[in-house]
Design a binder for this molecule. Sequence first.
Ligand code: LLP
Length: 430
Amino acid sequence: MHLFKGMTIKNNELNISEVGVTKLREKYQTPLYVYDENLIEETCALFVDNFKSSNFKTEILYASKAFSCLEIYRVASKFGLGFDVVSFGEMYTAYKAGVDMSKVYFHGNNKTVEELEYALKLNVGTIVIDNDYEYEIVNKLAEKNNRYVDVLLRINTGIDAHTHEYIKTAKDDSKFGYSVYDENIFHLINNINQQENLNFKGFHSHIGSQIFEENSFFEAVRTVLEFSKNVQDRLNINITVLNLGGGFGVYYTAADKPFELGQFLQKYIEVVEEEQGNYDLNLEKVVIEPGRSLICNAGSTLYTIGGTKKTFAGREYIFVDGGMGDNPRYALYKAKYECTIANNMNGEATEEYTIAGKYCESGDILIKDIKLPKAQANDLLLVSSTGAYNYSMASNYNRLPKLPVVFVKNGEHRLVVKRETLDDLIKQDI
Ligand code: LLP
């Protein structure tokens, strides 16, 4: 398993930010999500330091769908980050965490009237309109409440990024946004721009997730800027804000080759600056909204190994005390992960195992065919890079409680989300 910054080996045991995994199990039990707070903070700083320009303001939003709980909004806020939220729940959590709501962008292809009303009530800074129907609702609500609302329109650039089918978002038949090749878009932009209660600022574009090709991003930027110029010329509307989305690929296994983030961000800015000059645009602010790349590698999941089993067909299983309830990504996307026996870091990897969970489904797999030292019952198994879209997509399948989240930092550890209890499981039952 790749050791991320902050991971060290002491006495054959894995430490994360100087906290041993055995200690974590003693204190919090398993299964458990563990985040290295230093790594989160360093990554926030890396985004802020490298995505800046002297031509326009820049803003980093954390796409909180990747991992949303009170503490992550607080930590990211310390670095001046804003937030991408997509639901009642994310808005509420951000608000309760004390986030500056003017830095929040509300996304989604089917925001409900109630959610939009709530966004106005909480003074959410920007609403990203997805379609004609939504435009009408936002406009009516703004008029009714006598409010002036900043809005962006989500556009679809049709860029076919090379990633998993389910996490592409800008293909021509995607459910997200309005195609820049659809003539009707000009009509919609004109309508939005004419409304007194809506301040039309510009566009939002997000081409997908877990993308490794820098050029996909650059191509998208060029399309967005060319389109902005087109709109300015045809409709005489100033485009001042662009939100370019997230999607930067991260390392899960050695097959993933992420670009060096700092360098990429600087190039990204250069492309925007250059195209802005070419198209004679007066951009005031350019925004990006990373989720996975900000949080994924900082998070790991710690399990206790129970039984092992060799099937009649010859496959050797390790069974852990969690599984698809805390990490549905193998079942959904055939996502690949690395892992280690965290209390035997120096052991020789002589065996080939499949890691399966305890859920009642054959697809409850975490990792197939991984080389590890011989596993024993009660060993600790740590799966790395589970920081994004694991906690946030967790379920209570089989009526199992959701896992707690612990942040570790320089030898200290603290609980930021409690483990669900049996009573939590029946809390809503009548
Ligand atoms: N902005 C928008 C509008 C998005 O839809 C997303 C992700 C992001 C930003 C952040 O993208 P990121 O930087 O995290 O790639 N559940 C899937 C991922 C779905 C991503 C959805 N949108 C998974 O587990 O891989």
